[in-house]
Every structure is written in C-alpha cells, then in structure tokens.
Write a new protein. Structure first.
Length: 313
C-alpha cells in the first residue's frame, strides 16, 4: 500500500481566515493519523491576485498553529519541486500535449461574455455551462492547433462520473450537464485550476485530498482527467465550509475571523482547541495542540464533518 500523503493547497490571494485553517487542520490530522506526510503547495496560477507576501504569511500562520509541512512550501523542500504552480508551466504543457493526443481537446474562441449571451444554461450558483459552440462535430479530433489565440477545452462525456467521498459517501456527477466541456488552458495562456491540480497531485504523489466541499463537482472533473492522463486518482474527503452568522461562506470581508485578528485574540492552543471543538473532535473548546488531536482523529469519527456547512457563532 502507498504511504499516505495529504496536502494543503492554498491560493495566496489574501490572509487566511478561520475556514482556511479549519481545512488545513483537518487535512493535517487526516494525514498524521494515518502515519502519513503532509505537503504544502502554493496555488498561485492567478497572477493578478496572487502575492508572494501572502504565501509567506500562509507559511507563518501554519507554523504558528503548529501545522508543519513535511514537503513543499516556498523553499521547495522535496523531490517534486517546484511547489509553486506559477513555476510549473513546462510540466502542465507536457500533460496538455498528452491530452491533445487523445483527440478529446479542441480550440475554443468563445469569450465568457459570448457564452453568457448565447444563453447557455446557467446553474443557480452562477456556474456557466459551456454550450459547445466550438466543439467539433466529430470526435476524437486531431486537427492542428490554430494560430489565432484560443483556449483549449476538454470534451466531457454525457455519462456519470461515480466516486466515493470519504465523508459524503457515493457521489455521481454528469459532467455534460453539470459543467460542460471545460477549459484546460485559457486564451491568454493561463493554466486552468482543474488541469494544474490533477497534474500536481499526481506527480507529487498525493494520496488523500481533504478540502472544502465547494470543490465536490471539481473532484468529478478531476477524476475524469486522472483517467485520461493515466494517473491514479487520490481519495477525496470534502469538509464543510464555515459560514458567518448570516449563513454566508466566510470570506475576506469577515475581518474578525482572519488570521491577523485571530492571532491577536487567541493563543495557538486556543485557536486549535476552538477548531477541534467546531469539528466535533472534542467536547469543549479547551486549548490543545494539533499533535494532541492525532489520537482522537479519524475523519469518519466526527459526523459534523459530513455537513455542508458549520456556522461560526
Ligand atoms: N487553491 C484552492 C483554494 O485555495 C484549493 C484547491 C484544492 O484544494 O484542490 O481554494
């Protein structure tokens, strides 16, 4: 059996908040309680919003909490370096070529505005489903790459992708209905999250992906990509999102719950104790360290972790 390797893959677009460190703690405990290792990857593909300074603060906040990583981070500790996505372009390009060779990718000239105007069906949560304007009539398609700027899209089948989430049980998603053909590389050359995350988790040897349940549909897209690339998919566990008093997902606007404020009002032990109590791992929010929680933890032990959201009072 492969050694367990978990990971935390934050985007350095702001200071972490309670929701981010909740996910980080659960992912760390999940790996450590299986005798595994934990990797830190910096997901800085969005060059407009990502800042080195935020990545440094993420590392500082994790260390302050006692959530040390065994591999990755800004100093690129480990064999799968680099661990910042902005420096992995050549690796993504190689994997994109492999996908193009399958004949299930195609060039797309549609703009987001154009897709909206074409009245492609929209989901209530604002997701835009691609209507297939640029999709070739016959697939697989091996036409040469055009020389005009274009995105690269991946054809998705009209069948269910089925998988078992370690917390939420059996899941099935029809990608054609839920998201449509999705982008692998944007027209401006930026790599899409779905491609980068699959390539990175596979090449970094990640076996357990613990992250927020807003990414449940992404897991189905990613499992489809794992198959096309011939990689083995990791196990997935999607944890609840933290919500504010108004029932909205925590965001940078909830200032009192960002790490700058939390570090002023808590010791590391108090904050870890509060998170453990929220996760249903302890019966009271007594201060503790992440290592104290390892013997108490199994993701399935806390029913709380199977909920879609947890309200932060
Ligand atoms: N970078 C993503 C985020 O910060 C997480 C992606 C993942 O865990 O797969 O939301």
């Amino acid at each position: 059996m492969d050694a367990c390797k978990g990971r935390f893959a934050p985007s350095p677009t702001g200071r972490m908040h309670l929701g981010n460190i909740f996910t980080a703690l659960i992912s760390w405990l999940d790996a450590k309680s299986r005798g595994g290792t934990w990797l830190l990857r910096i997901e800085d593909l969005d060059t407009q919003r990502s800042r080195y300074e935020y990545a440094r603060l993420i590392e500082d906040d994790l260390s302050w909490l006692g959530l040390e990583w065994d591999e990755g981070g800004l100093d690129d500790t480990g064999d799968a370096a680099p661990y910042s996505q902005s420096r992995r372009s050549g690796i993504y390009a190689g994997c994109l070529s492999r996908l193009e060779a399958t004949g299930f990718t195609y060039p797309c000239r549609c703009t987001r505005a154009g897709i909206m105007a074409a009245r492609a069906p929209h989901q209530r949560d604002g997701r835009v489903i691609y209507g297939g304007t640029c999709r070739p009539g016959i697939l697989p398609c091996h036409a040469p790459r055009p020389d005009y700027p274009h995105a690269v899209r991946l054809y998705v089948p009209d069948t269910d992708i089925v998988f078992t989430d370690c917390l939420r049980g059996r899941q099935h998603f029809n990608l054609a209905r839920e998201c449509g053909d999705f982008i692998l590389r944007r027209a401006d050359g930026a790599w899409a999250y779905q491609l980068a995350v699959v390539v990175d988790d596979a090449l970094m040897g990640v076996t357990r992906v613990v992250r927020g349940c807003d990414l449940l549909l992404s897991a189905a897209q990613q499992i489809y990509l794992y198959g096309l690339l011939g990689f083995r998919a990791p196990e997935f566990a999607h944890v609840p999102l933290l919500c504010n008093g108004a029932g909205q997902r925590l965001s940078k606007r909830d200032g009192a719950l960002d790490m700058e404020s939390l570090r002023r009002t808590h010791t590391p032990g108090q904050l870890v104790g509060r998170l453990a109590f929220m996760a249903g791992l302890t019966v009271s929010p007594e201060p503790c360290s992440p290592s104290d929680l390892v013997p108490l933890f199994s993701p399935e032990c806390a029913g709380v972790l199977a909920a879609d959201s947890i309200q932060v009072g």
